[in-house]
Write a protein that binds this ligand. Structure first.
Ligand code: NAP
Length: 455
């Protein structure tokens, strides 16, 4: 499939787009470079003003942007509106805090004056996924632009109208023409773009395969990358946990965005003694979720973004079951209607070596595991190639400290939902990637951390 808007709720192709030609890509690269040369001279105050204007546009037109997101990738409309608002938040956050994060940092040495200065790198390529089609881009763009960089967005091929809308927001906010451009290109063009001398670094959010491919191409040119890849986050519930709170959060943690979130809780690791009760309550809550039209405000779960994702989930569930896994509810695509619908599903008795144990499930499927104690819980949680987020539930302080120290993840949330927040760094370890977005760490990824020594 090329670059197109295909409504995942109906399967209807609404609009197709011609990918840029090599000449058009060259023009955009040249524009990005010349725009950067000017833009790097602008003051922080000026950049902040533009970014606040972008926040205002996001807030003003949040319903319109939400419609585009929902139409292109099927997230429930309420979530799409919140996403537009969250983008405004990250813009305001960096507009306010970037001057402080990137201020010269004095260091006492043998010099008369020595300090660290943070300077932009230049044109940065962002390869982004469709699942949070606005948020993933703004959490890259807000700090990158505040730092004085230029951005080139290669968005996922199924969200071209989101990509164009974001470019338009940044332009309407007043940023100089060409400082943030959307490139409507397929993934086959990424290697050539990152290899271009004018592109200094890249961020990719997406699958391991895409991450490895971009990072190898960038590595050949000795260019920095930040990779935010997949996750199979554990949600560990120990005996002392507040079970009601854990169950309610578990539903959101698994089902947010139709289950298509990198930091969704995917593996539920529950202490034996409370496992039956947890499982029963989870089944009951899943049964109340309304699956259907994502433009309806009462819908909890819309369609998955593409038919391919339904096929992947279906394969993963079937293989896990054929090896001995048990379906507690759901477990089959909803083929009584058009669109890419898959029901809330719970799998238990997950066999060793099955997809349920090893793979990331990018859809509304919860994987249940039982453990005798915290040692087993931590060992099982860490038995994954991924290391993005982890949620741990306990009232015991010693257990809490063990979860914080021993869970192999870029973030551990105790008694709460793993979520992204502009104020906190976000990123993974192991095959979930490297580098951080958001917070002070995020804005310092795409800068030259320059040492200054003056006698
Ligand atoms: P994907 O196929 O990797 O797509 C993501 C982006 O990479 C798209 O723009 C895609 O372009 C591009 N791409 C694909 N193959 C590429 C290649 N070989 N070289 C360069 N670029 C390439 O990812 P997805 O399956 O759509 O998204 C889901 C994955 O993203 C999940 O694993 C999820 O966990 C992860 N994710 C991670 C985070 C995080 O912050 N850690 C956040 C959200 C999602 P095309 O669309 O043109 O193929």
């Amino acid at each position: 499939m090329g670059i197109a808007t295909v409504n995942p709720a109906t399967g209807e192709t609404l609009k197709t787009f011609k990918p840029l030609t090599d000449e058009q890509i060259e023009e955009k690269l040249a524009t990005a470079q010349s725009s950067f040369e000017q833009y790097r001279q602008t003051s922080m105050e000026q950049r902040s003003e533009w970014l606040i204007a972008a926040a205002e546009i996001l807030e003003r037109d949040k319903e319109k942007f939400a419609q585009i997101m929902t139409t292109e990738m099927g997230k429930p409309i309420k979530g799409a509106i919140s996403e537009a608002q969250k983008c405004a938040w990250v813009c305001r956050y960096y507009a306010e805090n970037a001057p402080k994060f990137l201020a010269d940092t004095p260091v006492s040495t043998d010099a008369t004056s020595s300090f660290v200065r943070y300077l932009p790198l230049g044109v940065v390529l962002a390869v982004m996924p469709w699942n949070f089609p606005f948020w993933q881009v703004f959490r890259f763009a807000a700090p990158a632009l505040m730092a004085g960089n230029a951005g080139l967005l290669k968005h996922a091929s199924n969200v071209p109208q989101c990509a164009l809308a974001i470019e338009a927001i940044i332009s309407e906010a007043g940023f100089p023409q060409g400082i943030f451009q959307t490139l409507l290109v397929g993934s086959d063009k990424v290697e050539k773009i990152i290899s271009d001398d004018r592109v200094k670094a890249a961020a990719l959010t997406g699958s391991e395969k895409a991450g490895a491919s971009l990072a190898s191409a960038a590595g050949k040119q000795i260019k920095k990358t930040v990779l935010e890849l997949g996750g199979s986050d554990p949600f560990v519930i120990l005996e002392s946990a507040d079970l009601e709170a854990a169950v309610s959060t578990a539903v959101t943690a698994r089902m947010l965005n139709n289950g298509q979130s990198c930091i969704a809780a995917k593996r539920f690791i529950v202490a034996d003694r409370i496992a039956d009760e947890f499982q029963q309550k989870l089944i009951e809550k899943f049964q109340t979720l309304k699956v259907g039209d994502p433009t309806d405000e009462n819908t909890d779960i819309g369609p998955l973004a593409t038919p391919g994702i339904v096929a992947d989930i279906d394969r993963q569930v079937r293989e896990t079951v054929s090896m001995g896994g048990k379906i507690l509810i759901g477990g089959k695509p909803l083929d009584d209607r058009p669109g890419n619908f898959y029901p809330p599903t719970i799998l238990a008795n997950i066999p060793k070596g099955s997809p349920g144990e090893i793979e990331e499930f990018f859809g509304p499927v919860a994987l249940m595991f039982r453990v005798a104690n915290i040692d087993e819980a931590i060992a099982l949680a860490n038995n994954s190639e991924f290391g993005l987020g982890a949620s741990g539930w306990t009232k015991d302080e010693k257990e809490r400290d063990r979860l914080i120290n021993e869970l192999e993840a870029g973030a551990v949330f105790i008694n709460g939902l793993v979520k992204s927040d502009p104020r906190l760094p976000f990123g993974g370890i192991k095959r979930s990637g490297y580098g951080r977005e958001l917070g002070v760490d995020g804005i310092r990824e795409f800068v030259n951390i320059k040492t200054i020594w003056v006698k």
